[in-house]
Design a protein around this ligand. Structure first.
Ligand code: LLP
Length: 412
């Protein structure tokens, strides 16, 4: 669904005029639609025909507590990649048995917190990590549930920086021999239980064939693990489903699930997915004001510190003026105030805009606010959630005091 539409030439989020949000809350501001978040999540939750299957929302894509709470209420579990993200999920009351902890560099303290909280699974990404989890579980006199994240050596396409399932990528374990040895080791350890097998082949995947191939490779490996005498509870095929950043139509969560459930026919394990972008991306926009017009440039008040994707991955986001005027559209480069030539939100954008106009950078809900920084000592934007005709501030705009208060010992 698209929750951002023009009504009488004014761009709205649900029933709220975005110009009004900009004048009440200032810019830059992230605005999310509750309806879009809910409908996207429900498209996963309601498409499963096996009620034990589960969508664990990838917290890294949009981690605001109000959003997590909303997604928990509609039935999502959570995929976390740090102690911080686990803390967020637990603090909104997520059931620990719905939390999966992935990531190649889990620290001892993060592992300890995961074991103490009895999370559903650690997705183990190296042999050394498994030994570390076992040692910590032993010290705590507890049992840790683990899955092995394997590397299926599948190139899912897309930008090199977000492809994760090829041999040579840093994620998961590639050697089948190592995986089978580790599985045997786990089966003999009193402090470990092997509950699943996991993989994640990349992000912004628009081709369901890669998922089918991944499922088949996962089944082959799960069967080899079964032959060792281990019955896995679930197979976690990761996240990665792409979204449309323009008007092209791509497979949606329903398509993905019906394709995977067909592949899973006859298998005992339940299916877990870790969707991020396909739930959060089109539910959010970044509002920014045009400060100056110079030559072909629109210089706006949001920058690469607010939305890094265009600078880092040459990602293309549509950028719309929130007031649809009669002015001629011209080709512009939309840039921020940061002192880097790579600081742009969009290049060659056809748009009509004047100074002080408000623009909406679309499809910015995923990997937007979460990747923002204080570069150039710029306070981070506020976040607003819209429901119908209501707006709710869900993260305050940072102040300069917030930034400076972290710095100590001025008198030394
Ligand atoms: N599970 C694991 C283990 C992951 O590493 C990721 C994303 C996901 C799930 C969720 O993937 P999604 O459904 O959102 O595609 N910053 C980049 C994307 C990085 C993705 C990192 N891993 C971007 O802005 O495009």
């Amino acid at each position: 669904m698209d929750a951002f539409k023009y009504k009488e030439n004014k761009l709205h989020c649900e029933d709220v005029n975005l110009s009004k949000i900009a004048s009440s809350f200032g810019t830059p501001a992230y605005v999310y639609s509750k309806k879009a978040l809910t409908e996207n999540a429900l498209m996963y939750v309601n498409s499963f025909t096996n009620p034990d299957n589960m969508a664990c929302f990838s917290v890294k894509s949009l981690s605001n507590l109000s959003v997590l709470k909303l997604l928990k209420e509609v039935g999502c579990g959570f995929d976390v990649v740090s102690g911080g993200e686990m803390h967020r999920a637990l603090s909104i009351g997520a059931d620990p048995k719905s939390i999966i902890f992935s990531g190649v560099g889990k620290s001892s303290d993060e592992i300890k917190q995961g074991i103490l909280n009895k999370i559903l699974s650690f997705n183990v990404e190296s042999v050394s990590e498994l030994y570390k989890i076992e040692a910590i579980a032993k010290k705590l006199q507890m049992n840790a549930s683990v899955s092995i994240r394997f590397n299926p050596d599948i190139d899912s396409g897309g930008h090199d920086y977000i492809t994760t399932g090829r041999k040579g990528d840093k994620f998961g374990i590639s050697s089948i021999e190592d995986i089978l040895n580790l599985s045997t080791y786990i089966s003999k350890s009193p402090n470990l239980s092997m509950v699943g097998l996991a993989c994640h082949i990349g992000s912004q995947i628009i081709n369901l064939e890669s998922y089918k191939e991944t499922a088949q490779r996962t089944f082959e490996l799960a069967d080899q693990i079964f032959d060792i005498g281990i019955e896995l509870e679930f197979l976690d095929l990761g996240g990665g489903l792409g979204v449309s950043y323009d008007s092209n139509i791509h497979p949606n969560p329903e398509d993905l699930i019906s394709c995977l459930e067909l592949e899973f026919k006859g298998r005992k394990e339940r299916l877990i997915l870790e969707p991020g972008r396909s739930i959060s991306a089109n539910a959010g926009v970044l509002l920014t004001k045009v400060e100056y017009i110079k030559d072909e440039f629109l210089i706006v008040d949001a920058a690469m510190n607010d939305l890094l994707r265009p600078s880092l991955y040459q990602a293309k986001h549509e950028i719309w003026n929130v007031e649809k005027g009669d002015g001629n559209k011209v080709i512009r480069n939309i840039v921020g105030p940061i002192c880097e030539s790579s600081d742009f939100l969009g290049k060659n954008i056809k748009i009509s805009a004047e100074e002080d106009d408000i623009l909406a950078v679309r499809t910015a809900g995923a990997y937007g606010f979460v990747m923002s920084s204080n570069y150039n000592t710029r306070p981070r934007a506020c976040e607003i959630l819209v429901e119908g005709n209501q707006t709710k501030l869900i993260r305050k705009r940072e102040s300069l005091e917030n930034i400076l208060e972290m710095e100590l010992n001025l008198n030394d």
